[in-house]
Ligand binder design. Structure first.
Ligand SMILES: NC(=O)c1ccc[n+]([C@@H]2O[C@H](COP(=O)([O-])OP(=O)(O)OC[C@H]3O[C@@H](n4cnc5c(N)ncnc54)[C@H](OP(=O)(O)O)[C@@H]3O)[C@@H](O)[C@H]2O)c1
Length: 250
């Protein structure tokens, strides 16, 4: 082996859950543009995944995809076992959503379990699964995608979602403390209203909602992706345990 090959450090790898959604896609592409290999995860979206693969590999980096429905115990366990085999330098716990928009007076245990599994339990398990490898390599970055709902509480119909996201923020605090001695930096990004399919799944009066935002517009997925890349790459050497709100002043 010649010395240049010997000294070549491997590309860094990011794992982005929910990588075919609006924010996840922008995050995955931003890492690829900066020379990172991407391991993506999605739940169902086949065509979107194929398009994303083409877009990412065009940057000369590797892309692989793991599919899993995070509301299924069996699929989560399989996903965690697969992730444990990988070298992950940065983890973006991005997959999430309401799953059901139900008033809290009508929530059933099944609704709650599913929302907590997708938005909280899987990120906890996944963080635990990549943590030891990050420790060994003395480098790790984790960003948990929360929501403005964790700041103000959500509506009466999204309490299951808001509570799960608040739990994710508690996870950030613990992991940041545990990770600090090992150069593992862990932060929360709290998006406000971002223009993605998220809002089309449970339509509401968006005009009214946008009027409440001081900047009077929705954010773009790239607004979130730029902050996530900063926090979850080598660029960040000193920010940990923080909550960065990207919400047009809300
Ligand atoms: N958009 C906003 O205004 C906003 C505001 C605050 C917080 N957020 C948070 O930002 C993150 C990304 O949201 P987004 O706006 O990009 O929404 P999105 O376009 O709806 O994407 C959501 C992603 O989560 C995945 N997902 C949903 N249910 C899942 C399940 N049961 N198992 C596994 N994966 C699942 C989806 O996978 P499939 O597409 O394969 O189903 C998709 O990739 C979420 O955590 C969301 O809570 C968004």
């Amino acid at each position: 082996m010649n010395s240049s090959a010997k000294n070549k450090t491997p590309r860094r790898t990011v794992l982005v859950t929910g990588c075919t959604g609006g924010i996840g896609r922008a995050v995955a592409v931003t890492f690829a543009q900066n020379g990172w290999n991407v391991v993506g995860h999605d739940c169902i979206s086949g065509d979107k995944a194929r398009q994303l693969k083409a877009c990412i590999t065009a940057h000369g980096v590797d892309f692989s995809l793991i599919k899993a429905d995070f509301s299924s115990k069996r699929q989560v366990n399989r996903f965690i076992a697969q992730a444990a085999e990988l070298r992950i330098d940065s983890l973006i716990n991005n997959a999430g959503g309401y799953l059901a928009a139900k008033h809290f007076t009508e929530l059933q245990l099944e609704d709650l379990s599913a929302a907590l599994m997708v938005n909280l339990s899987t990120p906890i398990l996944l963080s635990g699964c990549v943590f030891d490898g990050m420790k060994r390599r003395k480098f790790g970055r984790i960003v948990n995608i929360s929501s403005i709902a964790a700041k103000y509480g959500g509506s009466g119909s999204s309490v299951h979602y808001g509570c799960a996201k608040r739990g994710l923020e508690a996870l950030t605090k613990t992991l940041a403390r545990e990770g600090a001695p090992h150069n593992i930096l862990v932060n929360t990004v709290r998006p406000g209203v971002i223009d993605t399919d998220f809002h089309r799944k449970f339509p509401k009066d968006m005009k009214k909602r946008v009027a409440m935002i001081p900047l009077k517009k929705m954010g773009t997925p790239q607004d979130v992706a730029d902050a996530v890349f900063y926090l979850a790459s080598d660029v960040n050497g000193f920010v940990t345990s923080e909550i960065i709100t990207i919400a047009g002043g809300e």
